[in-house]
Design a binder for this molecule. Structure first.
Ligand SMILES: C[S@@+](CC[C@H](N)C(=O)[O-])C[C@H]1O[C@@H](n2cnc3c(N)ncnc32)[C@H](O)[C@@H]1O
Length: 232
């Protein structure tokens, strides 16, 4: 019987690799010859695709979960993915041209991503807002559209984050209708203002000057790519 195991392992998901690059605003051309760190890399799709297409980019992958495919992939001279927490990266400061986070880690991983960048290097995180966007849209709606007093908003949304955590990333039923109401009633300008406020909050909390790019400004729930360029 034909064994297809190897075939599956060594054929990377090129489509997903393209999606990752596109979402973080990069391309194979842009990363040619560059050192890229893929933080929260999962299967390390990007690094596998890079190896498969013989890219001159050096793509290092790190994920808190060890993935079975890491060791099976024929890396050759390329670096095998590393298991580590994004908040404590086992890389020297100034090692990378790009540190990307694609649908992987949160806010707290940013300082480490910035540390491992060379001067002039860029951190690119998609999506900027992750799950917190839901919270922000809802609280903005209750504040600006409904005019709820601040304390009422705080009481209503108390433990929102923890409840999502407990529901394994899903929005608790209690908030589903409220989230829909918020998205149905916020104008597109207001949704974009929420994103702008979130980016400003990132800057305020981390003391880093972020910029961002909204991907689909007309989307029902627009999101953004968060970018930090380290000073040269
Ligand atoms: C949805 S997957 C995305 C994988 C990959 N970036 C992609 O787009 O195909 C999220 C990944 O982030 C990883 N992750 C979450 N928190 C992390 C952390 N603190 N440090 C490192 N990796 C983390 C998870 O283990 C998981 O593999």
């Amino acid at each position: 019987m034909e064994d297809k195991t190897n075939e599956i392992i060594i054929t990377p998901n090129h489509e997903r690799a393209e999606l990752i690059l596109n979402n973080v605003g990069l391309s194979w051309d842009k990363i040619e010859g560059k050192r890229v760190l893929d933080i929260g890399s999962g299967e390390s799709t990007l690094a596998q695709a890079g190896a498969h297409r013989d890219s001159t980019a050096t793509i290092s992958s790190v994920d808190v979960e060890r993935n079975e495919n890491w060791l099976k992939f024929p890396w050759g001279k390329r670096q095998t993915p590393v298991q580590a927490d994004a908040e404590i990266l086992p890389f020297k400061s100034g090692s990378f041209d790009y540190a990307i986070m694609h649908g992987s880690t949160g806010f707290l991983a940013i300082p480490e991503a910035v540390r491992v960048l060379r001067p002039g290097g860029e951190m690119r995180m998609w999506p900027m807002a992750g799950r917190m966007l839901e919270y922000w849209n809802v609280s903005y709606y209750l504040d600006k559209v409904k005019g709820f007093p601040r304390q009422e908003i705080v009481d209503l949304l108390e433990n929102y984050d923890r409840q999502i955590e407990e529901a394994d990333g899903w929005i608790p039923n209690k908030y589903v209708a409220l989230r829909k109401e918020a998205l149905d009633n916020l104008s597109q300008e207001q949704k974009l203002e929420v994103i702008d406020l979130m980016a400003k909050k990132h800057t305020e909390m981390l003391g880093l000057q972020f910029s961002y790019e909204v991907k689909a400004p007309d989307a029902y729930e627009p999101n953004a790519l968060l970018i930090y360029k380290k000073e040269s």
